[in-house]
Design a binder for this molecule. Structure first.
Ligand SMILES: C[S@@+](CC[C@H](N)C(=O)[O-])C[C@H]1O[C@@H](n2cnc3c(N)ncnc32)[C@H](O)[C@@H]1O
Length: 348
């Protein structure tokens, strides 16, 4: 199914539908020799959450020293504090680099009018899109009101739960959702709503992960701390009823929802400075940094709540995972899936 054993492989309409995920597809990255260098907002929609910041939204929860969202308390497992916001902004940089210094791959033309960013996080993607497309109104939604208030005039944020019924008054040229692994219960339901609210001829773009690490030639083995960590985090997220690894399933869900012109790029993301290619090395460096910095954020709520681990037990595992990740011989990578697709011009 993967066209080339290249750092980035492309899967197009011609390729057969992707089979169910049976573990990450292995895409080699050449390693450097060790030791060398180691809305509603824009219309009159009566969205209840658009501007009114209610105490139910701001009354954040604190667990194990981290701050969590209040709106729909408990439905999302990552914190929303300053440290996590920094990590998300770093991730934005990493992910734009990974897709070729771009904000999106869907061919939306130069003058899109309405763009929706689902689960916008700090809103950094939406703000960059606002700068890039002055013609467009960009709406970002999230459970947490952590976006800045000083934003480009064509960018707006609202607190909303994307898994509830959407009530936008008009449709979008692009609906975008990035890095929602572990956020959602019902992806096919989300895709149906996205289809309904995409203009005929408009596009959707979903970018997401396959959490499991793999390596083609490094010191990675099943049962090592990083492997245990991944399995346990996936187990915990799944126990919450959330989809931990949407990446490999995006293409099929998009097809099932009725979109056409489906494209799928599989991008392996290295963890660490081990790749030979300078761009991959830079991406790997950022990824290593965000893992070292973000392991606690990713793990604490999941492991202590879903799997009843003690915080100290989590910290011991994380210390060992950090050792793995910092080992230049570890050479782990994980897969990032970018899927974009169009709603037929003849559709309603
Ligand atoms: C890992 S962050 C990614 C943020 C952003 N998409 C990015 O790429 O930087 C996931 C975001 O989705 C939000 N989220 C999770 N479940 C949600 C839901 N049901 N409705 C709206 N936002 C949600 C979280 O609050 C968080 O900000």
């Amino acid at each position: 199914m993967m066209s080339e054993p290249n750092p980035t492989s492309s899967i197009t309409e011609d390729a057969a539908a992707t089979p169910a995920n049976t573990g990450p597809a292995h895409v080699p990255i050449e390693a450097e020799e060790i030791g060398s260098d180691a809305d509603s907002a824009f219309g009159d929609d009566s969205q209840s959450w658009t501007t009114s910041i209610k105490s139910s939204i701001m009354n954040y929860k604190y667990e194990n020293g981290r701050r969590y969202h209040a709106f729909k308390d408990g439905s999302y497992f990552l914190p929303n504090d300053e440290d996590e916001m920094d990590r998300l902004d770093l991730f934005h940089h990493l992910l734009t680099l990974a897709i070729g210094d771009k904000l999106h791959l869907a061919p939306i033309g130069d003058n899109p009018q309405r763009i929706l960013d689902l689960g916008t996080g700090t809103g950094i993607w939406a703000m960059d899109m606002g700068d890039l497309y002055p013609s467009a109104e960009i709406l970002g939604n999230d459970l947490s009101p952590i976006q800045p208030t000083l934003v480009p005039p064509n960018v707006k944020f609202e607190v909303d739960d994307m898994e509830k019924e959407w009530v936008y008054s008009s449709k979008f040229d692009l609906i975008h959702a990035r890095y929602l692994a572990g956020s959602l219960k019902d992806w096919p339901g989300l895709m149906e709503q996205a289809y309904k609210f995409t203009k005929p001829g408009g596009w959707v773009e979903f970018q997401d992960f396959d959490m499991r690490f793999y390596t083609t030639n490094g010191e990675f083995y099943r049962g090592c701390p990083s492997d245990v960590w991944t399995e346990k985090v996936i187990e915990g997220i799944t126990k919450f009823g959330l989809v931990a690894e949407p990446g490999p399933k995006l293409e099929q869900w998009v097809r099932d929802a009725g979109f056409i012109n489906v494209h799928h790029e599989l991008i392996p993301i290295p963890v660490g400075r081990w790749p030979k290619d300078p761009k991959k090395k830079e991406i790997g460096m950022f990824d290593l940094y965000q893992f070292l910095d973000g392991l606690e954020a990713i793990s604490l709520r999941v492991l202590t709540t879903a799997l009843n681990w003690k915080p100290e037990e989590v910290q011991v595992l994380l210390a060992n995972v950090r050792k793995d990740l910092k080992n230049p011989r570890f050479q782990a990578q994980h897969n990032y899936h970018v899927v974009w697709a169009q709603k037929a011009l003849t559709a309603t």
